[in-house]
Design a protein around this ligand. Structure first.
Ligand SMILES: C[S@@+](CC[C@H](N)C(=O)[O-])C[C@H]1O[C@@H](n2cnc3c(N)ncnc32)[C@H](O)[C@@H]1O
Length: 332
């Protein structure tokens, strides 16, 4: 489907080079994965099927979405908080730097980026801290784009990307000084499964930091509206099974980590004006939230791409990420 389009610097030009027949087939395959959910009673069995097919589900999704993400969002495929007056790209970078700082990454370390996208967070964190980063990603097209972007920025000596499934990480035990995952492990069919894999490849005492997509404590599974919002987020983002916050924390502990810190960053109120622009503002496409001229144009682009679930999720359930930082157990 992608041919040589990953070599294009500009994602929009890359989008124009797809093989349209394959593109159509991948789209039909993705849409078909959700058909059973038309009958509400089938949602759980549909979810079980998608958990079994998580790899092709995610690959379908990112084969279709990667160029759009790069073009209409950024090369960092995640949300962030906004400080007053800060541009969108600065806010994304600060969110990445914060994670690196919080888990103590320094220049002596080799760090695993779990589900690295097209590698902007890896490039940011390598530049910010001086560390080496290995990015792991299941999607071949994203690995190609991540590699090309790193070469263009002359960072290929410190940032590398490999294909692979984070449910079966293909590195020996004790390979990394630290690991992080930014809005990626939500795609796992089992959080305990992926966290256990990360635990295994971390050196004793190594720290894992994650920005996770979870349902907040307000989620009520007996409420049909809430269930529909959950399903809409899953369908709109290539997610087999999004879980409540408590389940994610339990999974972290079951994997062997000692949880040092856990927080819903959207609830943080550092100063009365700190989060006046909410984390979902760019996705909502509301140009009134723009803080720089560039943001104004971004807002306009995102307006074209926004999806219906955003508003609902904010109002009722929230898919706000929780930052959690776990230390690999038996570290002493
Ligand atoms: C929302 S994107 C975030 C990407 C990146 N962390 C960032 O912030 O830019 C989720 C990423 O997880 C990757 N991913 C999903 N399932 C995966 C799996 N089983 N193994 C490896 N990577 C996976 C996707 O390909 C995608 O790059």
């Amino acid at each position: 489907m992608h041919g040589k389009s990953s070599e294009e610097r500009n994602a929009f030009l890359s989008l124009l080079q797809k093989d349209s027949k394959t593109h159509g087939a991948v789209t039909r395959e993705y849409v078909g994965r959700w058909n059973s959910d038309d009958n509400v009673g089938d949602i759980e069995s549909g979810r079980e099927t998608r958990k079994g097919d998580y790899m092709s589900l995610v690959n379908n999704y990112y084969d279709l979405a990667t160029d759009f993400y790069e073009e209409a969002w950024a090369q960092s495929f995640h949300f962030c908080r906004f400080a007053p007056g800060e541009s969108f790209l600065q806010s994304l970078a600060r969110h990445e730097h914060y994670l690196a700082h919080k888990i103590g990454i320094d220049a002596s370390m080799t760090v695993l980026d779990v589900g690295c996208g097209v590698g902007k967070p890896a490039r940011q964190i390598a530049t910010f801290t001086g560390c080496k980063v290995v990015g792991l990603n299941n999607n071949e097209y994203q690995v190609e784009r991540a590699t090309a972007h790193a070469v263009r920025e002359k960072l290929e000596g410190r940032v590398g990307f490999v294909g692979g499934d984070f449910m079966k990480i293909n590195f020996p035990p004790n390979s990394f000084d630290a690991a992080y995952a930014i809005e990626a492990t939500v795609h796992a069919p089992s959080l305990e499964g992926v966290y256990s894999q990360i635990f295994r490849v971390l050196k004793p005492g190594g720290v894992f930091g994650v920005y996770e997509w979870v349902m907040t404590d307000a989620y009520d599974d007996s409420n049909e509206h809430h269930r529909n919002i959950r399903l809409g987020i899953e369908r709109g983002s290539g997610i087999a099974n999004m879980v409540p916050r408590k389940e994610a924390l339990e999974a972290m502990k079951k994997a062997g980590f000692v949880v040092e810190h856990e927080e819903d960053l959207a609830q943080r109120n550092v100063s009365p004006i700190a989060d006046r622009r909410p984390w979902y503002a760019p996705l909502a496409g509301d140009w009134r939230g723009a803080q720089t001229l560039g943001d104004f144009f971004w807002g306009a682009a995102d307006e074209q791409c926004r999806t219906g679930w955003c508003w609902d999720s904010v109002a009722l359930v929230g898919d706000v990420e929780v930052g959690a930082f776990g230390v690999r157990g038996n570290c002493c």
